[in-house]
Write a protein that binds this ligand. Structure first.
Ligand code: SF4
Length: 302
């Protein structure tokens, strides 16, 4: 392959299925601790699979396993994925209770935690490192979104890129694999700026990356901003987006495994200019585009 796809099988030798859970955590960017109102692009309702709503961790795990089994997805084990809001945003005792309830389930091999970089500290990271030493799979994914402070401010992110860097470095230093998430097309970012993000990420101990196009969700602040200043947004159709991804991956370190390249939420949440896109189809088109160019991930990495 011409890019490095993320694979648990490759990393752990097991076919692992993630179960998206709601640990009941909030977000400091919504409750007033960092900001109020949340990131301008966020409507967290769009990202909750139905089996996570309003139930305890063990119940959610059972429901998630049944959900995947019904769709014929077999697995050697499961990873509890604390995805909703900020998965480390609670006192350590609460995190302990949630994570350890998940790890106590016999089918669960580990935890994956999606969170904000300003929601970790040394105590929480030491605890996660301890869980890993005990033989559990532990991974953390940070919402990076952008490496530019001006953008982070404009989307009301509530933290700086220096904060992101520190969280990534401190997590990786404890031997925990770090994933990142970035958004292509945030307001004020040009094509060149986004391509330059690849070199910034190359300088950090990130082992995987999810890349999403900006989706303008109905009812969000960014919907209004886009209506008022569309020229500030790099909007790409699917074909142009594939070409842009090829440009981006050519600049990205080849050992950074790519987890996703597109985000798709239910049509009721978005203006859906692309319709509902299938990851598999885009992966194929990306591979084809790199083949046509005869390039690979990392060929232009600095
Ligand atoms: S940090 Fe996440 S959950 Fe919180 S407002 Fe931003 S996108 Fe939404």
């Amino acid at each position: 392959m011409r890019y490095t796809p993320f694979s648990y099988q490759e990393r752990y030798g097991l076919r692992l299925q993630r179960l998206a859970l709601d640990g009941g955590f909030s977000c400091p960017n919504r409750d007033g601790t960092a900001c109020t109102g949340g990131c301008t692009f966020c409507d967290n309702r769009a990202f909750h699979p139905s089996y996570t709503q309003g139930k305890g961790i063990t119940h959610q795990i059972e429901a998630g396993m049944a959900f995947h089994a019904e769709r014929g997805r077999r697995a050697d084990g499961y990873l509890a994925y604390f995805q909703a809001y900020s998965g480390t945003y609670a006192p350590l005792e609460v995190l302990r209770a949630r994570y350890e309830e998940a790890l106590a389930h016999p089918a669960v091999k580990g935890i994956v935690i999606g969170t904000r970089p300003d929601c970790v500290d040394a105590g929480k990271l030491d605890y996660l490192a301890e869980l890993k030493r005990q033989g559990n799979i532990v991974e953390v994914e940070y919402g990076i979104e952008s490496v530019y402070d001006a953008t982070l401010e404009r989307v009301n992110r509530g933290h700086t890129f220096a904060c992101t860097k520190e969280a990534i470095v401190e997590t990786a230093r404890r031997g925990i694999p770090v994933g990142g998430h970035i958004i292509i097309g945030l307001p004020g970012e040009t094509r060149e700026m986004i391509l330059e993000e690849a070199s910034v990420l190359n300088s950090l101990p990130v082992s995987s990356l999810k890349i999403h196009q900006l989706q303008i969700l109905k009812g969000t602040a960014i919907e209004t901003e886009f209506a008022e200043r569309p020229a500030d947004f790099l909007r790409l159709g699917p074909e142009a987006y594939i070409g842009f991804l090829a440009d981006f991956l050519e600049r990205l370190r080849p050992d950074i495994a790519i987890g996703r390249i597109v985000s798709s939420v239910p049509p009721s949440f978005t203006d859906a200019p692309w319709g509902l896109l299938r990851q598999e189809e885009l992966w194929k088109r990306l591979e084809k585009r790199l083949e046509e160019r005869n390039t690979h991930q990392g060929d232009l990495a600095k």
